[in-house]
Design a protein around this ligand. Sequence first.
Ligand code: G1P
Length: 295
Amino acid sequence: MPDASFKPVRKAVFPVAGLGTRFLPATKDVPKEMMTLIDRPLIHHGVDEAVKSGCSEIMFVTGQGKESIRRYFEPSAELVSVLRERGKNELAEKIDRIHRLARFEYSYQEKPLGLGHAVLCAEKFCKDEYFGLILPDDVMIAEPTVLCQLEAVRKKYNSSVLCVEKVAECDVRRYGIIDAEETEDGVFRVKGLVEKPEPEKAPSNLAIMGRYLLSPSIFECLRKITPGAGGEYQLTDALSLLLEKEPVYAVLYKGTRLDCGVKEGWIKATVIKALNDPQLRDIVIEAVKESGIHI
Ligand code: G1P
């Protein structure tokens, strides 16, 4: 039943404690989240999406070596004043807007014990309200934003909502997979979940992607789980427990996902984003032509 006291989600959590080993040596001294995708760090793309979705409070669950994320979202008075002195007012404004995008908070995850553990580190911040969880490796091109698409379903069903995509059978072992019943076009009531199953054990090919809207009851469930797939505390296992108490829905989101969790995906994301940008499109096409490489 739609809830008359529905409150739009205003908090978003970003787990950013991962070591970025797939991108070494690039990530030896620069967190993956701070590597540039087109014109800004990867994490800034995720924050833009959260803000566009109505979130005004953001928590980063950070770990060792991630200090530059905090610095990036802090005011940079010196840089801004130098830019103004040099008459670069537009650029100064752009830089000064970054720390005003939202209110930023930080929680420190001492050891990378899994996504479930990272989310539990945000418990105090979320308190007793629904919150968005954004895995910044998945860059989403979508209108409305994927988080807004999830909100529309939460509004209707008053439940946690996951974002899913149909994947090839051989890829189910990379994701959390749901067992679900379609209640309306592209919307599913979740009946079960399994983290990174072997293809023959997967209940479907509906894979969870990096956007979630979670009920605060998830924290109680996160405290109960034991290490699961890969020896880590899995959010998927906590969601299975949540299902025993509350309904959970999933949405086949409309949009394009750019998987920046792997090098190949990062390269694709750079090309696709550039081709979508009117100022960069011709540069990419020209560069390919000039290279003499026949495509
Ligand atoms: C995590 C989740 C998994 C989900 C995936 C989406 O896995 O545990 O259920 O499908 O994110 O990117 P990870 O990518 O951290 O291994």
